[in-house]
Design a protein around this ligand. Sequence first.
Ligand SMILES: Cc1cc2nc3c(=O)[nH]c(=O)nc-3n(C[C@H](O)[C@H](O)[C@H](O)COP(=O)(O)OP(=O)(O)OC[C@H]3O[C@@H](n4cnc5c(N)ncnc54)[C@H](O)[C@@H]3O)c2cc1C
Length: 384
Amino acid sequence: MDYFLTEDQIMIQDLTRQIAEEKVIPVREELDEKEEFPWEVMNVLAQSDLFGLFIPEEYGGLGKSGFELCIAVEELSKACLGVSTTYAANALGTYPILLFGSEEQKKKYLPDIAAGRRLVAFALTEANAGSDAAGIQTTAKHEGDEYVLNGTKQWITNGGEAEIYTVITITDKSKGARGASAFIVEKGTPGFHFGKKEKKMGIRASSTRELIFDNCRIPKENIIGKEGLGFIVAMRTLDNSRTGVGAQGVGVAQGAFDEALKFSRQRIQFGHPIISFQAVQHMLADMATEIEASRALVYAVARYIDSGARDITKESAMAKVYATDMAMRVTTNAVQVMGGSGYMREYPVEKMMRDAKILQIYEGTNQIQRNVIAQALIKEAAKK
Ligand SMILES: Cc1cc2nc3c(=O)[nH]c(=O)nc-3n(C[C@H](O)[C@H](O)[C@H](O)COP(=O)(O)OP(=O)(O)OC[C@H]3O[C@@H](n4cnc5c(N)ncnc54)[C@H](O)[C@@H]3O)c2cc1C
């Protein structure tokens, strides 16, 4: 379908597609097998200015927005969700600075991020605070010109590899979620260590690691916004990034569909290509329809957010839920269309199915997204 992309947007799409085909597809199996961080691909993306897509020109970026980021993420996800997770998590970690950072912080950090010189990670989750993010226990104590951080963050994408971390902490326990504050912590700061590196079902090229803060002292200027704003920083960040997770769903589903379609035209059973059987045709028809519906929703929501809409929580949750549940169905059905071959590592769809599962979990599970959508509906109904 034609989404009336501008010339610039088509250029971004073509460029990322080319990188995905030439630089990602040839290495994705090896990266997955070895659980190896995709530094070479990240360097290519950096050289192509793709880290600067959503960063304003005044800070060295290309001055585009979330929609263009979705297009790039979709193309990378078609090839490898481990690579696209690494790239998208960098944006997730950057949003707190972009949306709430001071002018000094923007000038200090965004040019390096835009150039792909320094990778970013976003740290909210802890062992006892997953869906219940307000339950975080990592503390930041104000002492003179510094804050002292103590606590452990769990399952942080780009952990260990990133140079810059946006970290949500508690500065005032008595205030609950209103006592949270966000900080920038740089790799190499004394008292900041990396813990366990996770071994995962999928997205194995991406790094998922523990962050340990042990009397980690950072300058007080590293606070993002002000004390008490941490939970708002986290929630607004996720509102902005969730369409990117939807775009990941669209991409991985399209990648799996393309493989299944190709296979169904080549595989002969009962003397005919399996695509001649109606049961297979209907699966492919449903897959193609669901992918297009998800793409339309993700693009519409990304454009809505870029228009400057204020309340985007419900819409970004809808795009995430719809496109990622779709991705799990479509990648599973791609394996089904390909039968035993689909189950084998020789073909990429088994990896795509393993990879797709994470999309229903991270950046807020799809159950939590449904809670968010329902709460918004209840609020809207009460206003009528
Ligand atoms: C590979 C990976 C990468 C990640 N990257 C990051 C990162 O970069 N930064 C970061 O901060 N976090 C990251 N996370 C954490 C991720 O966001 C959380 O895993 C997610 O929010 C869910 O939390 P949980 O896993 O603790 O599940 P839990 O909260 O323990 O939930 C378990 C189950 O209960 C359900 N549930 C819980 N509460 C409710 C409720 N109220 N209503 C209905 N159902 C409910 C959930 O939907 C889920 O099915 C990552 C996780 C993974 C696995």
